[in-house]
Design a binder for this molecule. Sequence first.
Ligand SMILES: [Zn+2]
Ligand SMILES: [Zn+2]
Length: 256
Amino acid sequence: MRVDSCVGCGGRAASRMREAIVRGLAHRLATAACYPVMYRSVEALPLCTACLEKLPLIGDTICPQCGRDGKTGELCPDCQKIPAETLQSNRSLLRYNEWGKDLLGTYKYRGEERLASFYAQLLTIAVHRHYKGIRFDCIQAVPLHQQRLRERGFNQVDLLARRLGDRIGVPVRSLLLRTKMTEKLSKQAGRSARESSMADAFSWAGESLKGNASGWYRVLLLDDIYTTGSTLRSCAHTIREHAGTRGSIYSLTIYR
Ligand SMILES: [Zn+2]
Ligand SMILES: [Zn+2]
């Protein structure tokens, strides 16, 4: 892939029209106060004009819990069914379409360098858009099971966590271990099966989590995609069990 090529389609990233589209996107994503930051972040995306225009951004009206597109800004039907929430909220930047499926697949199995910086850039935009002003103590990537880590050679989400951490100045911690191998989501029948197979999938890695001066911690959990949220809820549950309930756990994913 050429350095100035688009990671979305392989075409030329630069064009005369690009500037106007970058400005339009930055306006859509930013509040007035952070427009310059948002502009620089969108500008740096290695995408051509056409791919920038078709970026499947989640809109401004979302479910306040899981961050999916909504019509009213109220809890979506799935979130209404979840009792006492361990996760403060989830936010995602993009809808998961065919384009995202192909691109994420390429990144997961080949670990391409340019895609890693592309995704880290998208996550940085998502933090500025949704979690501006929250002082996170640390970022925790959803861990892979040792066996899967050996098969794949790297944890694709951990790589993104480190890059995001560098960009927003938040340390990455390894508070959790994945102790249970779970079937791929597509092989599991239904939402409740997924929820119960994810229960106790993680354990505490033994590090301490202190939080701020008044003992309140804020953790940012990171994953590539939020499907039912059961993975992230299971992580949050394990953190609460060990670090206590005096804290807030937020999650962030690229896709929803
Ligand atoms: Zn393109
Ligand atoms: Zn929801």
